[in-house]
Every structure is written in structure tokens, then in C-alpha cells.
Design a protein around this ligand. Structure first.
Ligand SMILES: [Ca+2]
Ligand SMILES: [Zn+2]
Length: 357
């Protein structure tokens, strides 16, 4: 069993490394322009929501407006704040400090949530405390497991030495880069879990058994989206688009910068794919999108990681996850596949996702 797993994994990596030679030539190296205190911040209007599908798996989707919450039959919105007793938990390791404010969590759920936080705390590096607002609330819809997202997005400028680019960063990542709490006093990530959904496995044993969802696994997946594993690519009719507007212009999220097609052409390259074009629409839906760059190269030899890009656009699953064909559930990087099965547990984001951060 282990031998066959190892063989498949090394075959995949060899394949990835072979492809990467083609792509490396087009890689851009962007760095932060220093001195960007008081950068512009706006509330994020994007959450990742896990919904129980007819196949019994939990599919991950992006919700981009309060109306979409309502369309799903979810009674509450991320903007609602409940006044209730709260528990503050601060956890610190060498890498980073996470502070979680728990609202109405049952003790077993809180322990399992904290386990997921501790796993990330040991793997991401930031001088700034990463604050999570974690709520256990009734969604009014039993088929929704939970949702999470960054609370704010912050506009920062990058430079490759010649040109500057304005990019939105999720709150926790922006804080880490500018070494400052960019939106003081506010949470960086909001995570809500549905008290109406009861089919959880809270124990630490990574053995949920058939039919139960492993809560630590689900929280780990959702926190990963909240930290910044989240794109703005969208698909309407046949057209593909990206970006978040402010009063001046439309800018991409940092995650968007690292997506290319199989030839290494960036999806943000408007000479190849216009924003709002059918060309971009096609590029997003042909099983040919890769994550390029970040620090993934340090762990997988500058291998482009296949993104989930099915031929039929799946709102919120497409282009915000790794390809589930390349990362089946035995794979160490299976955490960010677009759907999670009951009975599945993985308590590590894996080398590729960790490398990306
Ligand atoms: Ca902050
Ligand atoms: Zn997801």
C-alpha cells in the first residue's frame, strides 16, 4: 500500500517538475514596496461555504454577497454580530500567534477548532497576531456545514523593479507583510459553523469512521481559505472575469497573480485574456490552470500545481482549490480539494499548500 502511494506521488512530482521547465521562464518576481502603512482596507465580501451535496460529500463554494447567503437559505449573514459570552484563547508557537474569539462553541467543537488553529500556527510566519472570530450559530439550513473568509482586504503595491502593481491582500497576509495590524482591533478571519449540523467527529484520532465529518479537517480547510487561499476569478455565461473594484479601478487578489494556463501564460495577462472575455472564460474551464510561484518551488521544485478547473464552472470550487484528480484523499496535499467526504481526515495542510503561504 505505502509503496504504491509513494510511486504515484513521485510520478506526479516528476511530471510536475517536467512541466515546470516550460513555465519557469515566465515567472515574475514581485516584491513589496516598503513603507505602506495606512494602506487602504475595505471589508471583504467573499466567504467560502461548505454545503452538503446529494452525493454525501461537502462541496466548497464561494459566496460573494449577502443575497447569495439568502439564496442558499442561510438565515444569518457574516455582518451579524451576536452579543454573548466569549472565550479568548491565545496560542503562541515560534512561527505565529493566533488569537481566537469563540462565540457559543460547545467545548468539544472548540477543542477541535483550536487543534486546526494550532496546526496553522506552527506553519505560517507572522510578527502580527492573527485574530479569528469563530462563531457557532444556527444557519437555518441543515445542509450547510460552515463558512469562512477574510474579514478585510488591504490594497498594497508590488514591484518587479520596473512596473508597479496594485493588489488586494487578505488581512492576515497583509499584516504579515507590512508587519503592522492593518485594521487595528478587528478580526482577520471570520469562521462560522452551523449549530444545526450535527454529523461531526470532534475527536483527535483522525478516524471519523464512515458517515461523519472530521471537524478539525473541515476547520483547517476553511481557515486556509481565510488566510488567503481564495481567488476572485468568476464565470458568467461564457465570460471569465476577475478583480475587486474600488472607486479608482479593478485590482486582483494576490492569489490571482499566480494562476497560469498550461503554457505558463498568466490568467491576469490581458494581452492574452481580456477581463470579461470569452477567452478568459474558456481558459478557466478547460482543466488547464496551474498555481505558479509562491514558495511552492521550495517544496516541489518550482512545480506548477494543478488547480481545480472543471469544464463546467463550479462557483467557488473552480480556481480556488487544488485539482482533486491530482490530489486524491491519500495525498499529503489533499486538504484543499474542492469537496470533503465524510470519513476523511487530514490534519496537515501538506507541503504544497504550506509552501504557498
Ligand atoms: Ca489584523
Ligand atoms: Zn474550499
Amino acid at each position: 500500500m505505502f509503496v504504491s502511494i509513494k510511486l504515484q506521488r513521485s510520478f506526479l512530482l516528476a511530471l510536475l517538475i517536467a512541466i515546470s521547465c516550460v513555465v519557469a521562464a515566465n515567472a515574475r518576481s514581485m516584491t513589496m514596496i516598503k513603507g505602506q502603512a495606512n494602506a487602504k482596507a475595505i471589508p471583504a465580501q467573499q466567504d467560502h461555504v461548505l454545503i452538503l451535496g446529494p452525493d454525501g460529500n461537502a462541496g466548497c463554494r464561494v459566496i460573494r454577497s449577502e443575497k447569495q447567503f439568502q439564496d442558499l437559505g442561510i438565515a444569518l449573514s457574516r455582518a451579524e454580530k451576536k452579543a454573548s459570552s466569549k472565550v479568548e484563547v491565545v496560542y503562541s508557537v515560534a512561527q505565529s500567534t493566533f488569537e481566537v474569539t469563540y462565540t457559543d462553541f460547545p467545548p468539544a467543537a472548540q477543542a477541535a477548532f483550536q487543534r486546526a488553529v494550532d496546526i496553522w500556527a506552527a506553519r505560517v510566519s507572522s510578527s502580527q497576531t492573527i485574530k479569528i472570530d469563530a462563531r457557532w450559530e444556527s444557519f437555518g439550513n441543515e445542509d450547510v456545514l460552515g463558512s469562512a473568509g477574510t474579514t478585510f482586504i488591504i490594497q498594497l503595491k508590488l514591484s518587479d523593479g520596473q512596473t508597479e502593481q496594485t493588489v488586494w491582500f487578505p488581512s492576515a497576509l497583509a499584516d504579515a507583510l507590512v508587519t503592522e495590524d492593518t485594521v487595528p482591533g478587528e478580526a482577520d478571519i471570520v469562521a462560522m459553523f452551523n449549530s444545526d449540523f450535527s454529523n461531526w467527529h470532534f475527536e483527535t484520532d483522525q478516524n471519523p469512521g464512515p458517515g461523519k465529518f472530521d471537524f478539525t479537517t473541515v476547520v483547517l480547510h476553511e481557515i486556509t481559505h481565510g488566510l488567503g487561499f481564495s481567488s476572485t476569478f468568476d464565470h458568467n455565461g461564457a465570460q471569465g472575469s476577475w478583480g475587486i473594484e474600488d472607486e479608482d479601478d479593478t485590482f486582483p487578489m494576490v492569489f490571482d497573480l499566480y494562476l497560469t494556463n498550461g503554457q505558463g501564460v498568466e490568467l491576469l495577462d490581458e494581452t492574452a485574456f481580456g477581463n470579461g472575455s470569452a477567452e478568459l472564460g474558456a481558459a478557466l474551464t478547460n482543466h488547464d490552470v496551474f498555481f505558479f510561484g509562491f514558495l511552492a518551488g521550495e517544496t516541489v521544485g518550482w512545480a506548477p500545481v494543478p488547480a481545480y478547473a472543471p469544464s463546467e464552472w463550479e462557483p467557488g470550487s473552480s480556481i480556488a482549490h487544488v485539482n482533486k484528480t491530482n490530489f486524491p484523499e491519500w495525498h499529503p496535499d489533499a486538504l484543499m480539494a474542492p469537496s470533503l467526504s465524510p470519513g476523511f481526515a487530514i490534519h496537515d495542510p501538506g507541503p504544497i499548500v504550506t509552501g504557498i503561504f
